[in-house]
Design a protein. Structure first.
Length: 559
């Protein structure tokens, strides 16, 4: 008997024997539900035998037989009623545990978010994506068959989604394209570092979503609940179904603030801030201006994160302000990085280390933020250095800039599209899904080993558009992505170290070295970041104008 826990109130397993009931009682279970009809297997004890053993062990018992593959709405309702009536925690079983898990999922529908239901089942070893429509429909079998249908459906209207929609329409103007995204506002997230440094105004980084959707593209303002790739379908909240010939998945990352104990309660107060949120970036600048002495901590969680340079950008711009204000000598800057290096591409490290020295910052590697006490202004870090046992360190602070842990969105992690780590599983060159050949992915959510930046999406969108257009024409992939990413490291107001690199840390500069030497801080790179990149983003990238982003032809390996 292998007990698989679905919730605090329910665990499931495959077929059990009479001898197992005493063990279940000893483990704290108080009730047993049998979902397997008698006589289904030759070696199967009857439910009466299990009930007698359950009674002898002091357990309540209920027999709710369900035919394999035929879980009805009445079955789900009866299971939910049993869960309400029986003393808990409850243990349920069938042949494999799948029917019991399905009954539980349908009973939880409408009360618990679908990704949480699917995630709990997946962790227990049960894939319930086959009943996603029913979960989305409150646990009942859907009767609506009026599905919308498009040539291409794009999930996520961020930098990647809008760009690839515009690039597709530019190549094939008659294509029926739908963008699915529930957000009202689209943000230029690379600008938030500049807001936190007092350079940009927050409102300059936001526009209404409706003003940016490319002409001729259908905007479906809804959240995605699940995917049915075998049916070429996307399930929306409320059980609406959108079907597609081809699918592009680019919903971005989930900022997992809750993973750090106490962080959500103190964000925006008590000196705790983050440039990773639109509403908090102005608070960063307010704290920087107000700090005249004390300790400022800047954190970086384990990879992957979007724009891996952003945590230290906040440190550099803050340090520059304190330097210019003449108070730097009174401020203790601590950069606590869960990783083991300052920057992942070694060519840029020497220039960055000079600024670390200039600002007197202490680099604390392998320090991962695990809890915050805002009112007490204390933070606890887990220190996991190689070949040593983990320890914890408590640090006082007057100001703390937090970069939150980041994961793929829940509805992606539990979907059939995800790899074992929860990211959309693509070929890193063509960005086509490895298992479903009519699905592509770009942006932060896919598993190619590139830096997760808007600059990466700018290069990926034309590749995806070109390869989808080729696929529509019956051709193989024609374009490849080389892993390009860019991180303009704002080391001081007026100078930037422009890191541009691809797969394996290969340097991929966009400009001649005499114009911009990316390994050194330059004024030219600052002008690019401050004045040129925002209009390029709004007026070129999101409109399908592939300035300096034309797709590279796919190189076919010689046989």
């Amino acid at each position: 008997m292998e007990i698989k826990r679905l919730s605090d109130e329910l665990a499931v397993s495959g077929q059990i024997a009479e001898d197992d009931l005493a063990s279940l009682a000893a483990a704290g279970y108080r009730s047993v539900i049998c979902n397997r009809p008698d006589g289904e297997g030759a070696d199967q004890p009857t439910h009466e035998e299990i009930e007698r053993a359950a009674t002898a062990a002091g357990l309540s018992f209920r027999y709710l037989p369900v035919t394999s593959g035929k879980v009805t709405d009445a079955d789900a309702a009866a299971f939910a009623e049993a869960m309400r009536e029986l003393p808990g925690p409850v243990f349920a079983y069938c042949r494999s545990g799948m029917r019991s898990s399905t009954l539980w999922a349908l009973g939880e529908a409408g009360q618990v978010p679908m990704p949480q239901i699917l995630g709990a089942a997946k962790a227990a070893g049960y894939d319930l994506n086959g009943v996603a429509r029913r979960i989305a429909n409150g646990g009942k079998t859907p009767t609506d068959t009026g599905d919308a249908k498009f040539d291409v459906v794009i999930v996520g209207a961020g930098a990647g989604g809008i760009s690839v929609a515009a690039s597709l329409r530019a190549r094939k103007p008659d294509l029926q394209v739908a963008l699915i995204d529930p957000a009202d506002i689209h943000y230029y997230q690379p600008g938030w570092t500049m807001v936190g440094g007092g350079i940009f105004q927050p409102e300059d980084t936001a526009k209404t979503m409706g003003s940016l959707i490319p002409r001729g593209v259908h905007w479906i303002k809804a959240a995605v609940a699940a995917f049915e790739p075998e049916n070429n379908a996307v399930i929306l909240d409320g059980c609406r179904v959108v079907k597609y010939d081809r699918l592009v998945v680019t919903p971005g990352l989930k900022l997992d603030w809750a993973r750090v104990e106490g962080l959500e309660e103190t964000l925006g107060r008590n000196g705790v801030t983050s440039n990773y949120r639109y509403d908090l970036a102005p608070y960063t600048w307010k704290l920087v201006q107000g700090l005249k002495s004390g300790r400022a901590i800047f954190t970086q969680p384990p990879m992957p994160i979007k724009c891996a340079g952003a945590p230290q950008k906040a440190m550099y711009l803050s340090g520059d302000h304190w330097f210019r204000s003449g108070v730097l000598k009174n401020i203790d800057i601590q950069f606590n990085n869960a990783g083991g290096v300052l920057f992942g591409v070694k060519d840029y490290v020497p220039a960055l280390e000079k600024y670390v020295e200039k600002y007197g910052a202490s680099l604390n590697f392998f320090h991962n933020l695990i809890s915050v006490d805002g009112p007490a202004k204390k933070a606890v870090f887990e220190v996991k250095k190689p070949d040593t046992d983990p320890t914890t360190v408590e640090m006082d602070f007057d100001m703390m800039h937090v970069c939150p842990p980041q994961t793929a969105p829940d509805f992606i992690r539990v979907s059939p599209l995800a790899d074992a780590a929860g990211w959309v599983d693509v070929d890193q060159s063509t960005l086509r899904h490895k298992s479903f050949d009519n699905i592509w992915s770009l942006g932060d959510v896919m598993n190619a080993p590139n830096a997760k930046t808007a600059a990466a999406a700018r290069k990926q969108a034309p590749v995806v558009a070109e390869n989808i257009a080729a696929d529509i024409d019956g051709r193989s992939a024609v374009a490849q992505y080389d892993g390009y990413g860019s991180c303009p490291l704002t080391v001081e107001r007026g100078k930037i170290v422009l890191a541009e690199f691809g797969y394996g840390g290969t340097l991929l500069p966009s400009f001649p070295k005499f114009l911009v030497d990316g390994t050194k801080p330059t004024r030219t790179a600052w002008i690019l970041k401050e004045r040129l990149l925002p209009p390029i983003y709004w007026k070129a990238m999101l409109r399908g104008k592939e300035w300096m982003a034309q797709p590279e032809p796919l190189k076919v390996a010689a046989e």
